[in-house]
Design a protein around this ligand. Structure first.
Ligand code: S3P
Length: 171
């Protein structure tokens, strides 16, 4: 029997507004691989939107579902996965991603994140607060952890296709 080549899945991590979903979709097209948005999968599995999950069951419940959905996705090789910004922060989820796939941190500056997040009003963590303040705090908390990803690619300001080019160069 011919030996099967196993391409590891690629997992995009980074803050809200870093471009994970858009870049992931385009990267998948370039590589002719399947793209999966983990947030969409969580919504499908729960039968409700992420804001609704946060509101009805709280963040801890959401994180648990996120971990289970990612565990299932990571059983597949060769796909491109965009994660929600908090997924890589959770030790067990992070360990799973690091063990079973290649991770890419899309690193963006605060102005870019604020500008992009202003286009979507449905992010529970940004509700009722200054997005700039919250994103600034999350950058401090999360950037040292995102830095544990296998690759770091600058994703601030630039067109998403350039970010895809950069990823193609490092993987
Ligand atoms: C979150 C990011 C969101 C979503 C949820 C929590 C976070 O995904 O998973 O609102 O903790 O940063 P995006 O990064 O795709 O916006």
């Amino acid at each position: 029997m011919p030996e099967q080549t196993r391409e590891p899945s690629l997992v995009l991590v980074g803050l809200m507004g870093a471009g994970k979903s858009t870049v992931g979709r385009r990267l998948a097209q370039r590589l002719s691989r399947r793209f999966v948005d983990a947030d969409d999968e969580i919504e499908r599995a729960a039968g409700m939107s992420i804001p609704e999950i946060f509101e009805r069951f709280g963040e801890a419940h959401f994180r648990d579902g996120e971990r289970r959905v990612l565990a299932r996705l990571l059983d597949q090789d060769g796909i491109i996965i965009a994660t929600g910004g908090g997924a890589f922060m959770h030790p067990e989820t992070r360990r799973m991603i690091r063990d079973r796939a290649r991770s890419i941190w899309l690193k963006a500056d605060l102005d870019t994140l604020v500008r992009r997040c202003a286009r979507r009003a449905d992010r529970p963590l940004l509700k009722g607060s200054s997005a700039r303040e919250t994103l600034g705090r999350l950058m401090e908390e999360r950037y040292p952890v995102y830095a544990e990803a296998d690759f770091t690619v600058e994703s601030g300001g630039d067109a998403h296709d350039l970010v895809v080019d950069r990823i193609m160069q490092v993987i």
